[in-house]
Design a protein around this ligand. Structure first.
Ligand SMILES: [Zn+2]
Length: 337
């Protein structure tokens, strides 16, 4: 009742990889991580390769935006309405050539949902290019499209009406939150660093506060390192509640105990950059064991309801740390009774 989806198709590009210029920890990094994890999870059954139409992304992105990405990939001149969209950040450079991978990545999550509808699958771990920073018509932080958000809409069309999205990547899931703002059928819990390096402006950091989450109908658990004092937070212009790393697990558990309703399906955006040996140092201080604890909390809830769980691979920059943390999470996801 557990399956994975880590096919190379999820990293297919429309142009040879060596001819594309990427910035920082972009596509080549994710492709490498995918390959390394795929080698280690062959003991588990795999969902078959599934490709969906690019237009499935219309469920959460605008027509102009999707067209803009295609035009960019084809080297065509953008029209007026495409040019008027918010600009993509520098980390998204080159990702327009990864649209083939994005449709296979979304296909995998759809495949898991289809099996769950038939009650022949209970849990899945899927790879797709990361998306939690992708909004309706723009993206940043290596996220061009939001597969998890599009899959949420698809799942709802298949009868999974109420959906819980959990995001434990160190960065706030701002794109997902904005797509589902004021949507009472989807509830997002994001636990993240309050001071996010991918958010250059304090006004953007505000999206990750408890105040903003309460306003738009979701739950944020912003964490601050021991070295940050309340006056620094005030100076940056942030308001709401903030938490320290040692409180993180209990706050997360508390959020799961206070959902607005029982979900029909749970998604996890499983980022491992929140590991203490990656960006989580001094903030979450999480180890592999903590990722296992987080996973158990979610599965305890899922068993009680009961409802299926789809975890999707998120961020993580230190390669060996990301791989071992992902394997720790998968071990529990696959075997926890
Ligand atoms: Zn991240």
């Amino acid at each position: 009742m557990f399956a994975t989806y880590f096919h190379p198709h999820t990293c297919q590009t429309s142009k040879a990889i060596n001819l594309i210029s990427f910035v920082g920890y972009s596509f080549p990094h994710y492709n490498h991580i995918r390959q390394e994890i795929a080698k280690k999870i062959t003991i588990y059954p795999s969902l078959p390769v599934k490709k969906v139409k690019y237009s499935e992304y219309l469920r959460v992105h605008s027509h102009e935006y999707l067209q803009k990405l295609v035009f960019k990939a084809l080297g065509k001149e953008l029209n007026e309405s495409m040019r008027s969209l918010p600009p993509l950040s520098i980390e998204c450079e080159g990702l327009e050539y990864c649209l083939p991978g994005y449709v296979y990545g979304l296909g995998g999550i759809f495949a898991a949902i289809d099996e769950m509808k038939k009650v022949s699958l209970e849990r899945a771990y899927c790879f797709s290019l990361v998306g939690h920073h992708a909004h309706k018509d723009w993206g940043h932080g290596y996220c061009l499209l939001n597969p998890l958000a599009a899959a949420t809409k698809y799942a709802q069309s298949q009868g999974f009406h109420k959906i819980l999205i959990i995001d434990w990547d160190i960065h706030h899931g701002d794109g997902t939150q904005s797509i589902f703002s004021y949507d009472h059928s989807v509830y997002c819990i994001s636990i993240h660093s309050a001071v996010d390096i991918y958010m250059a402006k304090a006004s953007d950091l505000n999206y990750g506060t408890t105040t903003m989450a309460e306003k738009v109908g979701h739950c944020n658990i912003p964490l601050i390192s021991e070295s940050i004092t309340p006056d620094i937070i005030t100076q940056i212009g942030l308001d709401g509640k903030f938490y320290r790393g040692h409180e993180s697990l209990s706050k997360f558990r508390n959020a799961l105990e206070n959902l607005p309703w029982h979900p029909d399906l749970i998604f996890i955006f499983s980022g491992y950059d929140s590991h203490r040996d990656d960006c989580g140092k001094g903030i979450t201080n999480w180890t592999n064991r903590d990722f296992q604890e987080l996973t158990k909390y979610v599965l305890d809830l899922a068993k009680k309801i009961p409802c299926p769980v789809i975890s999707t691979h998120g961020g993580g920059y230190q390669t060996p740390v990301t791989i071992s943390a992902a394997l720790s999470h998968i071990e529990i996801l696959a075997n926890y009774k």
